[in-house]
Design a binder for this molecule. Sequence first.
Ligand SMILES: CC(C)(COP(=O)(O)OP(=O)(O)OC[C@H]1O[C@@H](n2cnc3c(N)ncnc32)[C@H](O)[C@@H]1OP(=O)(O)O)[C@@H](O)C(=O)NCCC(=O)NCCS
Length: 355
Amino acid sequence: MRREGVQVREMSAGDLADVSGLCERELTLDRGAGALPAILTRRPHVGLVAEDGPSRAGGAQGQHRAGGAQGQHRAGDAQGQHRAGGAQGQNRLLGACFGAAEPATPAGAERRTGFVDLVVVDRAARRQGIGAQLVAGLRERLAASGCQVIAVRGHGVHYAWPGIDVGYTAAICMAEDLGFQRAGCEVDMRVDLLSVPLDTRAAEERLGRAGIEVRRAGTGDDGPLQASLATTWVPDWIAAITAALRDDHAGLHIALRGQRYVGFCAYGVNRLHEVGPLGTDPGLRGLGIGATLIKRCLADQRDRGLLAADLGWAGPLSFFSHTLNAVISRTYWTYEKDLTAPGRPARWQDRIGLI
Ligand SMILES: CC(C)(COP(=O)(O)OP(=O)(O)OC[C@H]1O[C@@H](n2cnc3c(N)ncnc32)[C@H](O)[C@@H]1OP(=O)(O)O)[C@@H](O)C(=O)NCCC(=O)NCCS
């Protein structure tokens, strides 16, 4: 059944508190889901809300076109008048979504990708076409900003998930029914902070004898650290390390050999219970640097009152399983939809069991 009178419009900064409440209520598999809108608005994004209510002067359509032409905007840039309608009690928030376009077509890639990063609908308003309307709104805007492919997978530093959690059954069904093709699988791992041994003193003494110093990063590292690591690690990881270094709520531990930075591990880049990224210089692996760094982060998280930490979008799995007794805690499927494919591509679901 399609619900009549639903307005889809650009999200404004004034919507964020309500959208956060909706995420907190409806994203039941997530810890601290209310923080997700604030995370996703830390980068250029498209945010849309669906609401019940009369159309207003100026109309949602005009705003849609403005957003589509710009492709992306920050919530804080959007017009405040929409929220004013909600504040007067005229409109009720029914759903919200976030997406983003790749900043530009990556070198060597033929096509630019846009992403669906989060879709959520109030449980009292489900199966009325609102989720599909929100995804269509994102698709329209991402296509207008030059995207030929729409993907559902992790990207960038400030992301919510690496794909769709298979436990969000309705979201999986919706993605597949809307023609997204399953592309891959990612997992999170969880570490029990009360049982994992986190004492690193012996390992640090051993590393010290090999000329490797392990310590907490400080403001004096900001600059030399990124310059040193940027020759080895992807820009997203350098950005994550920088975010951890500059955010009082996050933490970063590093390893040095002489003046050279040879390892790092961050936590709390997005949410306090998340740990990573973690990296050891390829020439110095197998010495215990990575295990020492991540244990120092986990000890911080435990000391800050957490019972468990999550390795989001985790890999290599055996390293974390072996070193930390980490277990696979969440499984995500990633999806893609080719906007340039002629007609509706054959759905793999329709081929199940056929020769
Ligand atoms: C996933 C979610 C956003 C779907 O919103 P919705 O407004 O109910 O979706 P729609 O009514 O637009 O559904 C569109 C189509 O998706 C499919 N679909 C949606 N929910 C489904 C379900 N529970 N079971 C099977 N198919 C479903 C159907 O094909 C549906 O079309 P139909 O109703 O004509 O059969 C909503 O269930 C939700 O908020 N879930 C919790 C949040 C979540 O899991 N988000 C995913 C992380 S991004």
